[in-house]
Write a new protein. Structure first.
Length: 512
C-alpha cells in the first residue's frame, strides 16, 4: 500500500514512530519512508522489526514509552513524533499506565523541541459523559488530552472501526460473518458506527506531519458510511459472496459474555474482544469533518465501506497482509529470550529433543518447517493440539486461531497460532516462543541441516523453564504425551519434506 498519491509532499521530516511492531505503526513506517521522511522507531524489542522489508531504511532504537530516559534519547533531533501505543489488556491498571506514558511522551517531546505530536485515538460519542464510557475509550480520550496539553502542537485523529486486512476490527467482522450464517447477537449490533478504511487512516497520519504549527486539536475521522454493526455484517456477506446472514439481536449478552462469544467464534481472544465490544455500547459517529480544511480528500477518498472490505479481502486472498492485529505482542505474554548457556543460572530447563534423517534436500525440509501452523497444522495428534488451544482460550489465552500472517513465509515477531517467532535463520532455524498460558516459559526449535555424511537432518527441541512447583508438575504431567505429540511431529515433518516440493500450500497441505 502506498498513499503518497494523495498525501502532501512538504520538506522531509525526521519522524519518531512508536508502536512500529503493531498493526498501524508497521504500515505507517513504509509510508513515511516513501514520502521522503527519515524514520526512527522506538521498540521494546527491536529484533521484532529486523525482517520487515523496510528495516534497512529506518533507524530502530530500544526503549519503552514508560521509561523517560529511553524516550528522551529517542526524541533527539525529531521533528514529528507519532504516538501509536496503548496499554490495553495489560490488566486493571492499564489506564494509569497509559496516563503515565502519555505524560512522559509529551514532556520529553517538549524538552527535545519536537515540532509536532500525532496520535491515533478512539472516536467517542459527544453526548455521553466520559465516566460512562468504556475504560478503553475513556483512556484513549485522556491520552489525547494529555498530549494536547503537552505544549507541543498535537493532532489527535479519532477513529472508530478501522477496516483493513489484518485489523482486529476487520478480523472480528470477517469471522463472525463467515462462520455464523445464523447468529444470536448482543444488542450492540444495532449501534451506529462510522468505519474508516485503513488506507484513509494512513493517508491522514502521513499528512498530519505537514500541518502548520498553529493546528493543535482533535479531529474526528471516518469513512462516508454510517452503519450499524448488523448492517456491516450484512454488507460484508454481500461483498464476500456469502448467502444472506440471519441476525437475531438479544438484550441479555453483557460485555463480558459478548467478549467470550466473540472469543469462541473468532481468532480475537476475550481479553482483546472485551474492550472492543464495551466500546460498541455507544454510537461512534463523526461530529465534524474539519480535517478536510487542512488535508482535503482526494478523488476516491474517503473509501466507502464496501470498497474497503473488497480491498481487505483481496489482500487476504492474495496473502499480502503486511501487518496483523496480532503483530503486537500479547499483553502479559512471556518475552524472555531463550537461554543459550547450558549451565543457565535461571534454573531448570526441561528439553525434549528429536533428530531424524530426511530423504529430501534441506531446501524441501525448510519449506515444510517455515510453512508450519495455520492451515497446515502441526503435523501430529491434531486432537491434542486442538484441546490445548481450547484450554488456552478458556483461561483467557490466545488459543490456536491466530493463524499466520503469510501462508509460506515467516519473519521475527510474527504470531503463529499460540506461538511467536523469536528467531529465524532462513533455510536453517526456526525458533518459536510459547504465548499460551503456561506455568513457565516454553520454546519450540526446528532446524534443517546436514550431517557429517552430507545427508539432510531434521532436529527438533521443545524447551520449558518451569515457574515454581506448578511448572515442574506441568512438565511431568504432559511429558508422557511427548512421544505422540513431538515424536509424531518430527516423523511427519520428515515425511512431508520427502514428498514432492510444495508449491501451493493450501492445495498440498498435510493432514492436520
Amino acid at each position: 500500500m502506498n498513499t503518497d498519491d494523495s498525501a502532501p509532499h512538504g520538506p522531509a521530516r525526521h519522524c519518531l514512530v512508536t508502536g512500529a511492531t503493531g498493526y498501524i505503526g508497521g504500515r505507517l513506517v513504509p509510508e513515511l519512508l516513501a514520502a521522503g521522511h527519515r524514520v526512527r522507531c522506538l521498540a521494546r524489542s527491536p529484533g521484532k522489526l529486523r525482517d520487515h522489508p523496510w528495516a534497512g531504511e529506518a533507524e530502530v532504537v530500544r526503549g519503552d514509552v514508560t521509561d523517560s530516559a529511553s524516550v528522551a534519547e529517542a526524541m533527539r533531533d525529531i521533528d514529528v513524533a507519532y504516538y501509536l501505543v496503548h496499554a490495553l489488556g495489560t490488566g486493571t491498571s492499564f489506564e494509569a499506565t497509559d496516563r503515565a506514558a502519555a505524560r512522559i511522551f509529551g514532556e520529553q517531546a517538549r524538552a527535545a523541541g519536537v515540532r509536532r505530536i500525532v496520535y491515533l485515538g478512539g472516536l467517542t460519542p459527544a453526548d455521553v459523559p466520559e465516566h460512562e464510557l468504556s475504560p478503553h475509550l475513556r483512556s484513549r480520550a485522556e491520552v489525547g488530552r494529555i498530549l494536547l496539553d503537552s505544549g507541543v502542537p498535537t493532532v489527535v485523529l479519532r477513529a472508530a472501526v478501522i477496516i483493513g486486512s489484518g485489523s482486529v476490527s476487520f478480523e472480528m467482522l470477517r469471522y463472525l460473518t463467515e462462520r455464523l450464517p445464523v447468529m444470536v447477537t448482543p444488542s450492540w449490533v444495532r449501534t451506529r458506527i462510522q468505519p474508516i478504511a485503513v488506507r484513509d487512516v494512513l493517508r491522514l497520519l502521513l499528512g498530519s506531519a505537514e500541518l502548520p504549527d498553529e493546528v493543535s486539536r482533535a479531529f474526528d475521522i471516518g469513512g462516508p458510511d454510517v452503519l450499524t454493526y448488523r448492517e456491516m455484517m450484512v454488507r460484508y456477506a454481500a461483498v464476500a459472496g456469502l448467502p444472506r446472514r440471519v441476525i437475531l439481536p438479544v438484550p441479555v449478552l453483557s460485555p463480558g459474555l459478548s467478549s467470550h462469544w466473540v472469543g469462541l467464534v473468532t481468532p480475537v481472544p476475550a481479553s482483546i474482544a472485551r474492550p472492543l465490544t464495551e466500546s460498541l455500547r455507544h454510537e461512534v459517529v463523526c461530529h465534524e469533518h474539519d480535517i478536510t480544511r487542512h488535508l482535503p480528500d482526494p478523488p476516491g477518498h474517503p473509501i466507502a465501506f464496501d470498497d474497503a472490505v473488497r480491498l481487505a479481502l483481496q489482500r487476504v486472498r492474495e496473502a499480502r497482509v503486511t501487518t496483523r492485529w496480532s503483530s503486537a505482542s500479547v499483553p502479559g505474554a512471556p518475552s524472555d529470550p531463550l537461554p543459550t548457556d547450558p549451565d543457565w543460572a535461571g534454573g531448570s530447563l526441561y528439553t525434549d529433543s528429536r533428530e531424524l534423517l530426511v530423504a529430501a534436500p534441506p531446501e524441501a525440509l525448510w519449506r515444510v518447517i517455515e510453512g508450519i501452523g495455520g492451515e497446515n497444522g502441526w503435523y501430529s495428534f491434531p486432537l491434542a493440539w486442538a484441546v490445548r488451544g481450547w484450554l488456552d482460550r478458556l483461561v483467557g489465552g490466545v488459543g490456536l486461531r491466530r493463524g499466520r500472517r503469510d501462508a509460506a513465509h515467516l519473519r521475527v515477531g510474527d504470531s503463529l497460532d499460540f506461538w511467536r517467532v523469536e528467531e529465524i535463520e532462513p533455510g536453517r532455524l526456526l525458533r518459536l516462543r510459547a504465548e499460551m498460558r503456561l506455568p513457565g516459559l516454553g520454546w519450540l526449535e526446528m532446524r534443517a541441516d546436514t550431517d557429517e555424511n552430507g545427508r539432510t537432518r531434521y532436529r527438533q527441541r521443545a524447551l520449558f523453564h518451569p515457574h515454581g512447583l506448578l511448572g515442574h508438575a506441568y512438565w511431568r504431567s504432559v511429558s508422557p504425551f511427548h512421544a505422540a505429540v513431538f515424536g509424531g511431529m518430527a516423523r511427519n515433518i520428515a515425511k512431508a519434506a520427502g514428498k514432492a516440493p510444495v508449491t501451493r500450500r493450501r492445495e498440498n497441505a498435510p493432514t492436520r
